[in-house]
Design a protein around this ligand. Structure first.
Ligand code: BG6
Ligand code: MG
Length: 210
């Protein structure tokens, strides 16, 4: 029996892929590190520091912990500048309608995101009041594919993980949902995953599970 739906944020509620890409590209170009959209796909669902490690696989030098932290901060500052262009118009198709329908049916809704900017993004797209709880990169030590962020969301909701559905656009996010013992719904890129319980083209199909 489904009692809650936990939504990933980036790529499920709103598309920030291009903004992450532009911000990392800016850093990679400055450091003369090869970075392209294929590499960017690997950053989906992965924390900021883990993303940086993936980018640095192509670096020509070794970076110290302090240098890595400085690069991640620089990337984030640039990313935050880019986020200012985001608004309610950027909420992905059918999402707003689905959230309201779930609430109407008494289903709890939550965010489970690796991003430390999740709350700022929700405010920017005017969805800061709709979710029952938000679990994000500030609540966890281990990002997806570890189950932590979804378990935190379930705990904040007070709902057993087996009654939670996770909606993800990242393959690592599907792995995280299964590791949390939740039902995993794949949308967009996550449909590549072999572990998804359901693969939907229209996010509103989640209503068929309720
Ligand atoms: C995830 C994104 O939601 O958040 C990743 O899919 C990103 O691409 C991660 O690296 C961390 O985001 P932030 O905003 O904390 O740098
Ligand atoms: Mg995502």
């Amino acid at each position: 029996m489904i009692k809650a739906v936990i939504f990933d944020l980036d790529g499920v509620i709103v598309s920030t892929d291009e903004l992450h890409y532009l911000a990392w590209k800016h850093i990679a170009d400055q450091e003369d590190i090869e970075f392209n959209k294929n590499i960017n796909h690997r950053l989906r669902g992965v924390s900021r520091m883990d993303s940086l490690e993936i980018i640095l696989e192509n670096a020509k030098k070794t970076y110290s912990k302090q240098e890595k932290e400085a690069l991640a901060t620089k990337k984030n500052n640039y990313y935050i500048e880019l986020l200012s262009s985001l608004g309610a118009k950027d909420i992905l198709p059918n999402v707003f309608e689905l959230l309201n329908q779930l609430k109407g049916k008494g289903i709890k809704i939550a965010i489970g995101s690796s991003s430390k900017n999740a709350k700022a993004i929700l405010k920017q797209i005017k969805l800061n009041d709709i979710f029952d709880v938000v679990a994000d990169g500030n609540d966890i030590l281990h990002s997806k594919p570890a189950p932590d962020v979804f378990l935190v969301a379930a705990k904040k909701l007070g709902i057993n993980p087996k009654h939670c559905v996770v909606v993800e656009d990242a393959v690592v996010g599907i792995e995280a949902a299964k590791a949390a013992n939740m039902t995993a719904v794949a949308v967009f890129d996550a449909k590549k995953s072999n572990f998804a319980d359901y693969k939907f083209n229209d996010i509103r199909d989640i209503l068929t599970l309720i």
